[in-house]
Design a binder for this molecule. Structure first.
Ligand SMILES: [Zn+2]
Length: 399
């Protein structure tokens, strides 16, 4: 179906430039896919599978719900993946600053992406906010995008980074004078997250609305005092005292929550090009032959859980699963982030007939988790797309 759309829609060319754009952008690729909220153009000659586009739509809906906004009827976000014209578009996106950037969003809501992630949640948050609320001070627009996309903080990476250093870092970020790439993204994300947790989303959105690209420190302080009763100085010092002491990674939006069926969690992913179960998580991996299936599941009581993955046939490759504590942390079988490791153990790996069965013992605490399984269509993408195979996962508690 997507191949068909690819040919049908190639005639549709996007008109370049709204009146407000100062730069003249390079040539844009054709729109080759259109959903309810997104239109997609790409310089790639092969489109990722259907589940990728289902996730695009879900990401935008989730952002609308989370922020309590809605994109006006009929308005769509034009999302361009521009891997092939990367140099021209990087120059266009840079708008005067020097950093190498992985994409940008224009104020009319068009996204220009060179990200490796197939879907840039970060840019989509900008697009939704620009369309529904408008622009703001870059500390806030970047802060919202960072906080609601990866919530990823490395604030303790530098052991010499004192509390005062952190305050200075955020204050400097605030005075980066509205050139967004000069903002310290992690500090901005933490600042917005702190405001939301401390004063609520509504007050933080109101700050976003009232601030402008040219707001000064005094302007922001005045708005904050009106909205929260606290000065910037008070907020900074309380926030720095509360900063997390480890790397926290947020992963959200991408997957559907699959409920338990009595004492068993069970899902069968259909592996085909038109299946919403399969998506390209990462453009580079996609070109190398990797796709992903994933789901969210909830754990209601602490303990050991057997996770069994069965896959057919053998010519579809497979790597071990990633299990992520949704909304909080990454946990993988590699145990990359030591403060938050949930122990796991591979207890069985078997080939019977043309099926692989792989069993792990995980120790889960109460919470919501994301299960991601990378699969491979190596050696030939056409084999993958013509196959109708499956990945089946069951989770049961051990006691
Ligand atoms: Zn941004």
């Amino acid at each position: 179906m997507y191949r068909l759309l690819f040919f049908i829609i190639t005639a549709l060319i996007i008109g370049v430039g709204l009146a407000c754009e100062e730069d003249t952008p390079p040539r844009l690729p054709d729109i080759v896919w259109e959903g309810e909220k997104i239109r997609y153009g790409t310089t790639d000659n092969i489109l990722p599978p259907a589940g990728t586009f289902a996730r695009f739509e879900k990401v935008v809906s989730d952002i609308e719900i989370e922020l309590g906004v809605s994109i006006p009827e009929g308005k769509k976000i034009d999302y361009y993946y521009l891997g092939a014209y990367i140099d021209d578009w990087r120059e266009f996106c840079k708008s005067g600053h020097e950093k190498v950037i992985p994409g940008c969003t224009k104020y009319d809501g068009r996204v220009f992406s060179f990200y490796e992630d197939t879907i840039s949640v970060h840019e989509l948050i900008h697009a939704v906010m620009f369309i529904t609320i408008g622009t703001s001070h870059s500390l806030l627009s970047e802060g919202f995008a960072v906080y609601f996309s990866d919530r990823s903080f490395f604030l303790d990476d530098d052991e010499n980074d004192s509390a005062q250093d952190r305050i200075d870092r955020i204050e400097n970020a605030m005075f980066a004078n509205a050139v967004s790439a000069d903002v310290d993204y992690e500090s901005a994300g933490y600042f917005v997250g702190y405001l939301i947790n401390e004063y609520g989303l509504e007050a933080t959105l109101e700050l976003y609305r009232q601030a402008t690209q040219s707001s000064t420190k005094q302007d922001l302080n005045r708005i904050l005092v009106e909205l929260t009763g606290d000065s910037l100085e008070t907020i900074f010092s309380n926030m720095v005292a509360d900063m997390p002491q480890c790397h926290v990674e947020y992963v959200g939006y991408y997957s559907d929550l699959v409920p338990w069926n009595e004492k068993q969690w069970h899902y069968i992913y259909e592996i085909s090009y038109d299946s919403n179960d399969v998506y390209a998580d990462d453009i580079v991996s996609f070109h190398d032959g990797f796709l992903t299936v994933s789901s969210l599941f909830e754990i209601e009581s602490d303990g050991g859980y057997l996770v069994t993955i069965t896959m057919s046939p053998l010519d579809i490759g497979y790597t071990e699963p990633y299990i992520t504590r949704c909304n909080e942390i990454y946990i993988t079988s590699e145990g990359a982030y030591s403060a938050f490791i949930v122990n796991d153990e591979r207890i069985n790996w078997d080939i019977v007939g043309d099926e692989i069965t792989d069993t792990y013992l995980f120790t889960f605490a109460v919470g919501t988790y994301e299960l991601m399984i990378p699969i491979s269509y190596y050696p030939d993408i056409n084999d993958f797309f013509s196959a109708s195979d499956f990945v089946e996962v069951t989770i049961v508690k051990t006691e």
